[in-house]
Every structure is written in structure tokens, then in C-alpha cells.
Design a protein around this ligand. Structure first.
Ligand code: GPV
Length: 833
């Protein structure tokens, strides 16, 4: 408090308080001032990048002013805050979003235009903030947007990676990874060099007696790394609430940059120490739905959790409230198990540093945390080896042992006769080496556990956490079906459709209450409306065709049916099923007469997505898609009937171009493997239909929009286990049509067949774990239905409009409402009108 400006001087201060621009004139003032001073450029030296930088700094100033007010207001109100812990925030670009959310895009468009720039060109200068892999990271970004829009006092906590997800180049049909150094110029972050936390690693645990004769465990020695805060403002839509995303960057602590070494002539050694500290926040791990157990990743997790908790505890202590009030002030949501160490760290702070009794501390911990699970696939469930934890975080391992012991004692009391149960639910897996099961620890340390779609939440309860349902009862486990923000994924990505919708439903209010889309249903038979709808879709397809032309040199016909699958490349997501289906289509076309070909609807099969750098099968799938494209796109017999495209470097800003341009998109995971999926929602919201399996949120989308408006196929989740069992016991029968496809590949139709043998063998010889063969026939037949349906454009458009009108449920605003009511118990704090 001693850093406040004294009362008598405050009027002078307030007179000069920053306001932020409102009018076009003021926007231009600010933009030009930033270009001339912050960037030291002139009107003789201002390209689009400089214009982007100047405009962004002008908007950042505005956001920071609102940020300051929001934070003061929230602190003063003293109500509970939400802290969303996520190792990934896949934010994409910020300028367009900031312009739309503060309602000044038109002002900026006019202002920039008078200065000689087209707003679209300026916006597209921005480098995506790509601190995430896929759906999990994008969900976190949508949640930030919704929490700010709904005026919840909420912060995100994450790492400030120097390198985001790699950039993908396709070279000769293979994926090549390029490091994504994105911090060269990032106007959106705000360094807080005064907000730092020292984080300890390694060392040992020793017993000490305090004055009262109590034995304390003291964690001593090891090394210290410093966490420095960087803040990014998160504006809500049509509200002045501006929340915070705090990113931690690592550097050597001031004591660590060893001047002794320096004086002893070991300058290089001390610089090396510095760099070693900085590696903690250097790079985002590029794996999606896969756990690799690397030491540096564990260091990232602890570094981020410890810094964030220190920050939260520091803030709580300023309120002077008793520790028992902590869960009334703080809700922490764990985005998957990556931040599970936060549970252990809070327990450590409370018992070792603050002197609370174990049980009192544990009560606070459990009431503070909620855990969101995003997968039931075994290879993606995190485990950390006990020796590694022992080495890196010796005190935390002891606390994990104590948590486990008390938990197992409780279970034993409850189920005295069930000896196997204790081994099954123990946090420690008795393997060689022993492993800590993070999903179990997260479940035990949280008051609520949720899955991300109904089917998935049921699977959580019947598979990986079955025993825990028996122990805690069903109420600890719940579902919050995922959603997406309509601001970015409709209004920003598809402004013309958003405008058309607004003209029919009366206002842009649907962007804040997406259920208002249901008013569109009155217009399903409105001829003029349908015509406009089709025109917009066509324009969006032309835009994508242009992008494809510019980046691949392949000309595609925007009148063809655009069939799109863009997402991370993964065997469970089954891009292999898609490309094998495309080959089947190609072979069918080749076998047709000219007459038959005339009846066929032209198609463009579009793929996009990154493969984890070490995931060979995923890379092989990319190579197969590219190889098929080479052959098909140059086959004169085929012409416009089929084109196969790989869009390089799929990311958030590309998704904003791709999503509005689909006629049909593919969400075809093996039933029971895709926890929810969120791109399915984006495509339907933008007036595309989907072909999909009965998996994840597809099921709920079907329930909302009606089964006549979706193309479902394939085996059900409940049958998957039996089918796999049948494969392993010799009853595997390769689908007839699929065999022809494999014969074509083996015959060298798409280049050296050796490249694809492992991919084919995984299906033919190695048990077809993802049921590609079992679902092939049903997939191909369903695509034939898609072809038929597309011929009746009038009916097709009706299906699209009906679907959009029923998508209200899938707004991330609805998710946040559910989290707030069922899990966090927090209230919004709207700004004063
Ligand atoms: I675990 N998800 C992801 O993107 N990365 C991961 O490491 C894990 C899960 C995804 C799921 O695969 C999607 O089904 C889901 O929609 C998304 O998380 C958000 O919940």
C-alpha cells in the first residue's frame, strides 16, 4: 500500500489517466504515434507489418486500461476467482478478436483505410499465438473468451514458450517441422519483471524440530530457477471486463548467475547455467493425446504449477482471511492431468510452510481443485516414474506417498474384503520402475471430475475411474460437454453469415446467447434467404480455393463438394480411413464409362493437420495423402471429379478460412476414442454438414440437429472391444473393397509401395486396432448417400440451415455456465453500466 499515490496528488494523476481511443481520429492518433515512436518508423517507412504493429499497440493500450480497471474492481469486490491451469492455450491471432470484442472494428477499418491500408491485409500480418497442440489447447482459449464475455473473474495460467507448436512444411510429400519462434514482435504480452517467483528443484528432504518440538520436513538444497510473469489481456465481447492470461518464463535466478564462477574465469560455464534455466520454458511439447514421460516436461509442469500457486497464495494472503476461506476465494480447474502437481504443491505450502495440520490442509486442497479428463486412451494417460520424481521433487514424492496411504486406508475401511481393489486404485503402480498415476492423483485431490462429452464422461466412469465411482459415489463425477466461442468461430471467421443471421434473428444478440439461433428455423423455406445462404457458402469456398491455388498450385472447382478433414493426424482419428476411401473413389471413377462419370458429383477431398514429429505412422498417413494427390490431381480421366489436397500448416488462423468453406467435414474416429471433438461443432455452426461416427460430441450434435441432418456410420463404442477381441483370435476378415485398395497401393500406383507397408500391415496383419476394415463398407456407402444428397441443393441447404438453428447448445458460454454452477461455485462480476 505504501506504493499508492498520496491522496492530495491523486487529482493531478487522474487528470492524466490514460483513456484509450474511441473515435476514428483518436485511433489514427494512437496508431501513428506508436508507429513513429514505439517503432521508430515514418510515413516513408511503413509497410503492412508496421501498420499491424501500430494498430495492435493502440488496441493493446485500450485493453490494458480496461484490464487495470477490471483487476481493481475484482480485487475490491473480493469474490471468488477462477484459475484455469492449462499447459496449452491455442489463441491464434489477437488483433481481429480485440477489434470485434471491443466493438471498434469498423472504426479501425475506416481509420486504416484513410492511412492507406486494407484492414484484412493488416490483420493477416499477425503471427498466430500457437501455444498448444489441438483441441485441448483451443478449448482453453475458447473458455477464456467465454469467461471474460460472461464477466467471470478468471485468470488463465500457462507457460510462455519461446517456441510454440512447430510450423509444418510439406516437402516432396513429407512433413518437415520448422521451429515456431513467435516472440520477435509480440505486442500482446506485457512483461512484469517485478513479478517473479523462485522455483526449487532437486535437493533433499531433512527433518528439523521447530520451537514447539514439532518435527518438520524441510526441502533443502538443489537449484533455483526464476519464473517471470508475462500478462496477456483477454477482452470479453461487448463488455469492458478484461481478464488476464499469465504466462511464466524461466530464467536463472539472480543468485544463480554465478559471479564466483565468472570471477574464476568460468564465464562460459555461468552462461551455460543461464541457458539451462531458460530451457524450461523454451518449447511446447508437440504431442497430442500421447504421454512421453520426459524429465524436462515434468520440470515444466512443476515450474508452472509452483509459480502459479505462489501467485494465487500471495494474492489470497493479502485478503487477511483465514486459510479455511481459501476455497471460497479460489477455484482451480486442472485442464487434464498436466497440472496435477498443483494439488501436491498446495498441500506442501499449507503443511510445510504455513503449518496447517494435514487433514485441515487436505480439506482445503480438495475443495479448491476440479479435474477435467480429456481421454480414456491408455497411451495418453500420464504416469511419472517414481525415481524421476524422487530426484526432481523429493518432498512432493513423500507427500504423494502420504496422500496415497491415507486414501488407501480409507478405501480399506470401506471395502475391507477387497484386497485387489487397493492395488487397482493405488496412486503408485507396482511396475518396474514404479509409476505415479496422475489421473488417480487428480481424481483423489479434486472435488469434481468431469469428462468433455456425454459418451466420454460415461466411459470415464465405466473404464479408467470405475473403482473410484464405487469409492466416492457417482456425484463426484460429471459431464460438461465441450463448446466453442461463437465470436471467433462464427462472427470473426464468417462475417457474412453472421451478418445474414443477425438480419433475420433481429440483432447480434445471438453471439451472446447462441440459443437465439433457433429463430432461423422460420426461414428454412425462405427462397431469398436460402439464395443468400448459398452465395455466402460459395464465396467462402472461392476464398479457400484461392488459398489452395496460392499454396499448392492446384486448381479446384468451387462448385465441387468440399469434403474436409482437418485436425491432428492420429490413427484413432482415422485419416487413413478417409484416404483409403478416397482411393476407392478414384478406382471407381477409373472403372466408370464416360456416361457414368457425368452423373457423379465432383469432389475436393481436403486434408490438413500436423503429425507429432516422432509419430511415424501419422507421418506415413500424410505421405499417402500427398502421394494419392499427386496421381489423382494429374489424371486427365478424372479432371474435376476428384481432387485431393493437403493444406500445409493447419492452425487457428487457417481454420478460420477453412471452416466456413466446407460442404461436409469428417469426424470419423473409432467409436469411444475421441473424447468430444470441437471442430465438428465449428463446421456445423458454419453451415456445413458432417459425416461421422457415433463418438464424442457427434452423438449430442445428432440429438440437437436431428439424425436426418447428419451422416452417421460405423460400429458403436459398445461393440469395439468385442470386435478387437475377434481380430486377435483369428476371425479377422479384410473388407473386399478395402482389399482392392490395398492391391492398388501394393501395385505401386502411388509410388514405392514399401513406404506404405507398415500402414497397410497395421490393418491387415496387426489386428486393425482402429477398426478401419470393420467400418470401411459402411463408410463408403455413407459417402454415396452424401453424393446423392448433395445433388438436391435445395434440400441440402435446408438441412444446413436447420442444423445451424439448432446449434445453440454448443456455445462455450454454456460450458462456462455449467462449470461455474456445478464445479466452481463462482458468480459473475459485471462492470457498472
Ligand atoms: I488427452 N485432446 C487433445 O487435444 N490433446 C490431448 O492431449 C488430449 C485430448 C482433446 C480430445 O482429443 C478431444 O476429443 C477434445 O475435444 C479436446 O481435447 C477438448 O476436450
Amino acid at each position: 500500500v505504501e506504493s499508492s499515490i498520496p491522496e492530495p496528488q491523486r487529482d493531478a494523476w487522474k487528470k492524466h489517466s490514460a483513456q484509450g481511443f474511441k473515435t476514428k481520429e483518436e485511433f489514427q492518433d494512437e496508431t501513428v504515434r506508436h508507429i513513429e515512436t514505439s517503432l521508430a518508423r515514418s510515413l516513408f517507412n511503413c509497410d503492412e507489418l508496421a501498420a499491424y504493429s501500430g494498430a495492435s499497440l493502440a488496441f493493446r493500450d485500450r485493453l490494458i486500461i480496461e484490464w487495470n480497471k477490471t483487476q481493481q474492481r475484482q480485487t475490491f469486490a473480493g469474490q471468488k476467482r477462477v484459475y484455469y491451469f492449462s499447459l496449452e492455450f491455442l489463441m491464434g491471432r489477437a488483433l481481429d478478436n480485440a477489434m470485434l470484442n471491443v466493438g471498434l472494428k469498423d472504426v479501425a477499418r475506416d481509420g486504416l483505410s484513410e492511412l492507406g491500408f486494407r484492414i484484412e491485409d493488416v490483420i493477416s500480418q499477425e503471427h498466430d499465438a500457437a501455444l498448444g497442440n489441438g483441441g485441448l489447447g483451443r478449448l482453453a482459449a475458447c473458455f477464456l473468451d467465454s469467461m471474460a464475455t460472461m464477466n467471470y473473474p478468471a485468470w488463465g495460467y500457462a507457460l510462455r514458450y519461446k517456441y510454440g507448436i512447430f510450423k509444418q512444411e510439406i516437402v516432396d510429400g513429407y512433413q518437415v517441422e520448422i521451429p515456431d519462434y513467435w516472440l520477435d514482435f509480440n505486442p500482446w504480452e506485457f512483461p512484469r519483471h517485478d513479478i517473479t517467483v523462485d522455483i526449487q528443484f532437486y535437493g533433499s528432504v531433512n527433518k528439523h524440530q521447530n520451537e514447539d518440538g514439532k518435527t518438520l520436513s524441510v526441502w533443502e538444497g538443489g537449484e533455483i530457477v526464476q519464473a517471470v510473469a508475462y500478462d496477456a489481456p483477454i477482452p470479453g465481447y461487448e463488455t469492458s471486463t478484461t481478464n488476464n492470461l499469465r504466462l511464466w518464463s524461466s530464467k536463472a535466478s539472480s543468485g544463480e548467475f554465478d559471479f564466483q564462477k565468472f570471477n574464476a574465469g568460468e564465464y562460459e560455464g555461468s552462461v551455460a547455467d543461464q541457458q539451462r534455466a531458460e530451457t524450461i520454458s523454451a518449447v511446447l511439447y508437440p504431442n497430442d493425446n500421447l504421454d512421453r514421460g520426459k524429465e524436462l516436461r515434468l520440470k515444466q509442469q512443476y515450474f508452472w504449477c509452483a509459480a502459479s500457486l505462489f501467485d494465487i497464495v500471495r494474492r489470497f494472503k493479502k485478503t487477511k482471511k483465514p486459510w479455511s476461506a481459501f476455497p471460497d476465494q479460489v477455484a482451480i480447474q486442472l485442464n487434464d492431468t498436466h497440472p496435477t502437481l498443483a494439488i501436491v504443491e498446495l498441500q506442501r505450502i499449507l503443511i510445510d510452510l504455513e503449518g496447517l495440520e494435514w487433514d485441515d490442509a487436505w480439506h482445503i486442497v480438495v475443495n479448491t481443485f476440479g479435474y477435467t479428463n480429456h481421454t480414456v486412451m491408455p497411451e495418453a494417460l500420464e504416469k511419472w516414474s517414481v525415481p524421476l520424481l524422487q530426484h526432481l521433487l523429493p518432498r512432493h514424492l513423500l507427500i504423494i506417498y502420504d496422500i496415497n496411504m491415507k486414501f488407501l486406508q480409507m478405501v480399506e475401511k470401506q471395502f475391507p474384503k477387497d484386497r485387489d481393489l487397493l492395488g487397482r486404485v493405488s496412486i503408485i503402480e507396482e511396475s518396474q520402475p514404479k509409476m505415479v498415476r496422475m489421473a488417480f492423483l487428480a481424481t483423489i485431490g479434486s472435488h469434481k471430475v468431469n469428462g468433455v462429452a456425454e459418451l466420454h464422461s460415461d466411459l470415464v466412469k465405466t473404464t479408467i475411474l470405475k473403482d473410484f465411482v464405487k469409492i466416492y459415489g457417482p456425484d463426484k463425477f460429471t459431464n460438461v460437454t465441450n463448446g466453442i466461442t461463437p465470436r471467433r468461430w462464427l462472427h470473426q471467421a464468417n462475417p457474412r453469415l453472421s451478418e445474414l443471421i443477425a438480419s433475420k434473428v433481429g440483432s447480434y444478440e445471438f453471439l451472446k446467447d447462441l440459443t437465439l439461433l433457433n429463430k432461423l428455423e422460420h426461414y428454412v423455406d425462405d427462397k431469398d434467404f436460402k439464395k443468400e445462404w448459398q452465395d455466402i457458402k460459395y464465396a467462402n469456398k472461392v476464398r479457400l480455393a484461392q488459398h489452395i491455388m496460392n499454396t499448392t498450385g492446384v486448381k479446384v472447382n468451387p462448385k465441387a463438394l468440399f469434403d474436409i478433414q482437418v485436425k491432428r493426424i492420429h490413427e484413432y482419428k482415422r485419416q487413413q480411413l478417409n484416404i483409403l476411401g478416397v482411393i476407392h473413389r478414384y478406382l471407381t471413377i477409373k472403372a466408370m464409362s464416360a456416361e457414368e462419370r457425368k452423373k457423379l458429383a465432383p469432389r475436393v477431398s481436403i486434408f490438413g493437420g500436423k503429425a507429432a514429429p516422432g509419430y511415424w505412422m501419422a507421418k506415413t498417413i500424410i505421405h499417402l495423402v500427398c502421394s494419392v494427390g499427386e496421381v489423382v490431381n494429374n489424371d486427365k480421366d478424372v479432371g474435376d471429379l476428384l481432387k485431393v489436397i493437403y493444406i500445409e500448416d493447419y492452425n487457428v488462423s487457417k481454420a478460420e478460412i477453412i471452416t466456413p468453406a466446407s460442404d461436409i467435414s469428417e469426424h470419423i474416429s473409432t467409436a469411444g476414442t475421441e473424447a468430444s471433438g470441437t471442430s465438428n461443432m465449428k463446421f456445423v455452426l458454419n453451415g456445413g454438414l458432417i459425416i461421422g461416427t457415433c463418438d464424442g460430441a457427434n452423438i449430442e450434435i445428432t440429438r440437437e440437429i436431428g439424425e436426418n441432418n447428419i451422416f452417421l456410420f460405423g460400429n458403436l463404442a459398445e461393440d469395439v472391444e468385442d470386435l478387437r477381441h475377434a481380430h486377435t483370435y483369428g476371425k479377422f476378415q479384410l473388407d473386399e473393397d478395402l482389399k482392392k485398395v490395398f492391391d492398388a497401393i501394393k501395385g505401386g500406383l502411388f509410388g514405392d509401395a514399401g513406404h506404405f507397408s507398415a500402414l497397410c500391415n497395421s490393418i491387415v496383419d496387426h489386428g486393425d486396432y482402429y477398426l478401419v476394415s470393420d467400418d470401411f463398407n459402411s463408410y463408403v456407402k455413407t459417402h454415396a448417400l452424401v453424393d446423392e444428397a448433395y445433388k438436391d441443393q435445395d434440400e441440402w441447404v435446408s438441412k444446413c440451415i436447420t442444423s445451424v438453428s439448432r446449434m445453440g447448445f454448443f456455445s462455450s458460454d454454456r460450458c462456462i455456465q455449467e462449470y461455474a454452477d456445478m464445479i466452481w461455485n463462482v458468480e459473475p462480476l459485471p462492470p457498472k453500466p
